[in-house]
Design a protein around this ligand. Structure first.
Ligand code: MN
Length: 208
């Protein structure tokens, strides 16, 4: 079945002033839509992949036929990453619940320390890519990936991730990526992130 663009769970203007409406609209209707379309175009060449979940294709990217592997990596990664991205944000933001908060404190010494380390990793990532929170060996860790690569390609489940492609912030922040990274914490959906944290624990035990 063809992949489709998931609807945004809030209005384009809902994350103002931290993320402007025009950026959200272009990001969702143009960038994300293009990843979906190009992923579908690639998968059409291999009917045997039609019933495989996107997560499965990304986790096992080496099993994808060579002639479409790069397209699935880039556009399948782009589709998965952005589908997560819209859901882990919400207007008004919030605070992490107890369980993930404890894990963050244990790994990074506190929420503020975690945010600073995450922002530094995102600011220092050269070129386009993503900065992620993942769980490795039952410990939280910050990683970055290039382009649209997903942590799933390294056997890691993305708990949360921020898009550091210029298209995510350039209209409002121009070259000031650190300012965007800092503002982004105001619009996080910690309930969804807590759910993904639970999921990452299951994912790790499934992979083991
Ligand atoms: Mn993007």
């Amino acid at each position: 079945m063809a992949h489709t663009l998931p609807p945004l769970p809030y209005d384009y203007s809902a994350l103002e002033p931290h993320i402007d409406a025009r950026t959200m609209e272009l990001h969702h209707t143009k960038h994300h839509q293009t990843y979906v379309d190009k992923l579908n175009a690639a998968l059409e060449k291999h009917a045997e992949l039609a019933n495989r979940e996107l997560e499965d294709l990304l986790r096992n990217i080496e099993s994808v036929p060579q002639d479409i592997r790069t397209a699935v990596r880039n556009h399948g990664g782009g589709h998965a990453n952005h589908s997560m991205f819209w859901k882990i944000m919400r207007p008004g933001g919030g605070q992490p619940a107890a369980k993930i908060s404890d894990a963050i404190n244990q790994a990074f010494g506190g929420l503020t320390d975690f945010q600073e380390k995450f922002n530094t990793a995102g600011a220092n990532h050269f070129g386009s890519g993503w900065v992620w929170l993942v769980q490795r060996d039952q410990k939280l860790e910050i990683i970055t990936t290039a382009n649209q690569d997903s942590p799933l390609m390294q056997g890691l489940y993305p708990i949360l991730g921020n898009d550091v492609w210029e298209h995510a912030y350039y209209l409002k922040y121009q070259n000031r990526r650190p300012e965007y990274l800092k503002a982004w914490w105001n619009v996080l959906n910690w309930e969804e992130i807590a759910r993904r944290y639970e999921q990452s624990t299951k994912f790790a035990s499934k992979a083991a």
